[in-house]
Ligand binder design. Structure first.
Ligand code: ZN
Ligand code: ZN
Ligand code: FE
Length: 760
């Protein structure tokens, strides 16, 4: 008899490996290679023991690495050979969850298999609006606690019918342990909730009547995965304008959901990368170039040439758009500065004038989650909002400490990060913390993550801004919890750290942190800083010349004030009175004088070196005298102007003793009449400044971080120049480049500080 050599190995796998169809995949792979043993979930991931013919075991191991399940992400596999046990079969064992450090999967859009079943008239889930499987469907938004089992989700109220249970228990079925699986007989029910009363219709009629509402030009609410959307016909100018008016949202662009990629292309020019990201399983909103001539109402994205588009990501969206055959506005249901609304009681309490009808269902959303937003620049994607589909996002790091770190982020676009056991977990987007509701949402998110990971912080990291709610909360927390250490990280350094963290950089870098405003070490508001930084320390080596924000927060809304203050920095009052300029002329002599006093006496006029605010000033100087309706509006409009005048020319500037001065540029702008020329030359000037500084500090690699780099033209041109000049650079692509990435950078700093302590 021929002797066959056999072995048994144990594989311990960590990463996103639970709730993503991992065990059935392993089961099937083991059967295919005639292997015996078992697989189980534990607190750290998945543990497999297999035995069989040597070569089969090896093939199994490599197949696992090469073709893991679509939604999984393997961070590490520890393989050990153990003694043969002559196990008779391969089985899936009960999970043993002790301390759960398993990563929670984000919510994933409907997969192709489910879509096919949904469109199959003889399938028992034909047109079923909650169809899902282990490869798709809700996750984070329905999970209350770990381990990820149905009883710990908001599906616990829906007892599986026999047919569903059979699939759920069959390791060879796509729905094996698909926690949210359900069908017409056992799953959540749709209903239309209306002011003044609820009415429940047959499923078929529900969609019909919703479609009628939308066709009639009404706005309705639709319960999605992470909250309610407000939707209306995106081709109906009157409907969109009415939604704006009722929601009191003047010009901030609305996202549009299209039926399929073909219909997106009728309204937008897509790059290859755009198409790829729009179709990805995460299904984010992608900011793309709007076509001049489209069926979309012009009030969707007034004054700019971009539009945010997305495809249906739930079966319900799919069914609705199939019936409606028109693109819809899909914007988060909320009051401005408040989080996305999760239930219709709140919806009708807060937005009774905006919508009177909502298509809802009885599956509770436990954790709210907005749509993610992505912008593609050439072949790179940058994340403007990390949320549904991507978050919670886990990273593994080799910077470890036995301390648990909680990083609180900034104030706008708030997120939080938790670091423990070699992981950093970045929460979904929470939003601007300007309202009580938003701060409650912050607390709810913190509660969720503490529950998931049985987490109590040993270290809290926050920004240095004394007025950020997160800073205040952190400072108070450590007073009450004296065993908890507080670390405060400068805002722009945290921006740079976020990028270093994403690429696990340990070397010295040259970081361009061009941003709105953040609290600087000298108590002024930074935002145009160049740092030489490592994960442990930094030095500011350049900054934009400082100017006053006349009236503080007011100046952020009124770019005229910024423009005036830029002029005050460079010219005398008399010189200014003699200027014949639209901006200057827009102030009366008296107003001018009052602002001048404000400036001279530094009354409520904090000093700032922010490039974001410089954008506002240039926007006003080019003749835009109205207030801004949303953050970043000036940048988007300047971008549109620059697009209309592509050129290589720029303005003069000087760098004096580490200070980037803008007087020459202002003089030249004042003599320019064409907005398009001003915008193009201004953006070019920034590109040239960045390039000059980067070249001077070679061979340091460059980091670009901060909200200003959401400006596509600027980023595109900088990258182009870096490539031409062989300058090594890093840009975040997995974490938000704006303040949404701050918590991630803060966490990385704490890990590095503690890691250093361990070695000293
Ligand atoms: Zn599926
Ligand atoms: Zn069922
Ligand atoms: Fe920032």
């Amino acid at each position: 008899m021929e002797y066959i050599s056999k072995k048994r190995i144990k594989l311990e796998i960590s990463g996103v490996v639970q709730g993503v169809g991992f065990r059935p995949f392993i089961y099937q792979l083991a059967l295919k290679h005639f292997l015996k043993g078992h697989v189980l979930n534990n607190g750290n991931g998945v543990v497999i023991e297999i035995e069989g013919e040597n070569s089969q075991v090896d093939i199994f191991h490599s197949m696992l690495e090469i073709t893991p399940p679509t939604l999984s992400r393997i961070d590490a596999i520890i393989s050990t050979e153990i003694e043969l046990q002559n196990t008779p079969s391969f089985s899936i064992l009960q999970s043993n969850n002790t301390n759960a450090t398993t990563m929670v999967s984000p919510d994933i859009s409907m997969c192709e298999d489910c879509k096919e079943e949904m469109n199959d008239s003889i399938n028992r889930r034909y047109k079923y609006p909650f169809i899902n499987c282990t490869n798709c469907g809700p996750r984070y938004t329905i999970i209350d606690s770990l381990p990820y089992d149905r009883k710990n989700t908001s599906m616990q109220n829906f007892e599986m019918c026999d047919a569903c249970r059979e699939e759920y228990e069959d390791p060879l079925n796509r729905r094996f342990h698909a926690q949210p699986t359900s069908c017409y007989d056992c799953g959540p029910k749709l209903y239309i909730s209306s002011i003044p009363q609820n009415f429940i219709l047959e499923d078929k009629e529900l969609l019909e009547s919703l479609v009628e509402f939308i066709k009639d030009g009404k706005s309705v609410a639709l319960k999605g995965i992470g909250g309610f959307h407000l939707i209306c016909d995106a081709t109906n100018e009157k409907a969109v304008e009415e939604l704006r008016l009722n929601k009191n949202r003047l010009t901030k662009p609305f996202a549009v959901m299209f039926k399929d990629i073909q219909s997106v292309k009728e309204s937008a020019d897509l790059s290859e990368k755009d198409e790829e990201v729009i179709l990805s399983k995460e299904r984010p909103i992608v900011i793309v170039s709007k076509k001049q001539d489209t069926i979309l109402a012009s009030s969707i994205a007034p004054n700019i040439d971009r539009v945010g588009v997305l495809l249906p990501y739930t079966p319900l969206h799919e069914l609705l758009l199939e019936k409606l055959r028109k693109p819809i506005v899909a914007t988060s249901a909320n009051l401005s500065d408040e989080p996305i609304i999760r239930n219709e009681k709140e919806l009708f309490k807060k937005l009774p004038l905006v919508v009177q009808d909502a298509l809802s269902n009885d599956r509770e959303i436990l954790n709210a989650c907005d749509d993610s937003v992505v912008l593609n620049v050439g072949k790179e994607s940058i994340v403007l909002r990390l949320s549904r589909g991507y978050a919670p996002k886990s990273f593994s790091t080799n910077k470890t400490t036995d301390k648990k770190v909680l990083a609180l982020g900034a104030h706008q676009k708030s997120t939080m990060s938790l670091a423990f056991d070699g992981h950093i977990i970045l929460s979904p987007h929470i939003g601007d913390l300007n309202s009580l509701e938003a701060f409650e949402y912050f607390h709810r998110t913190l509660g969720t993550f503490k529950r998931f990971y049985d987490f109590e912080p040993d270290i809290i990291v926050c920004d240095k801004h004394p007025k950020y709610e997160t800073t205040k909360w952190a400072r108070e927390y450590v007073l009450e919890h004296t065993n908890v250490e507080l670390i405060e990280v400068q805002h722009h350094y945290a921006h740079a750290l976020a990028c270093m963290a994403e690429y696990d950089l340990d070397e010295e870098v040259l970081a361009f942190c061009f941003d709105g405003t953040g609290y600087g070490d000298d108590n002024t508001l930074w935002g145009g800083e160049v740092l030489v930084a490592s994960p442990r320390e930094y030095e500011r080596i350049y900054n934009l010349q400082k100017f006053s924000l006349l009236g503080g927060e007011k100046a952020v809304k009124e770019p005229r004030r910024i423009a005036l203050s830029l002029l005050f920095e460079c010219f005398t009052q008399n010189e200014m009175l003699n200027m014949d300029n639209e901006l200057v002329n827009s102030f009366s002599k008296e107003e001018m004088h009052n602002y001048y006093l404000m400036y001279k006496k530094k009354l409520n006029s904090p000093q700032s070196s922010s490039i974001g605010r410089l954008f506002d000033g240039v926007y006003a100087l080019s003749g835009n005298l109205q207030d801004l309706a949303y953050e970043g509006e000036s940048g988007l409009i300047l971008e549109k102007y620059a697009q209309d005048f592509p050129c290589g020319v720029s303005y003069s500037y000087t760098i004096d003793n580490g200070v980037i001065k803008f007087k020459e540029m202002l003089l030249e702008i004042l003599n320019e009449k064409d907005k398009n020329v001003i915008s193009a030359k201004f953006i070019n000037t920034l590109v040239i400044i960045i390039l000059e500084i980067a070249k001077k500090h070679l061979p340091l690699p460059v980091i670009l971080s901060g909200g200003v780099f959401q400006n596509k033209i600027l980023l595109e041109k900088v990258i182009e120049n870096f490539k031409e000049n062989n300058i090594r650079y890093f840009i975040q692509s997995q974490t938000p480049i704006n303040d949404g990435g701050i918590s991630f950078g803060q966490a990385y700093y704490a890990l590095n500080m503690k890691n250093k302590d361990n070695y000293e």
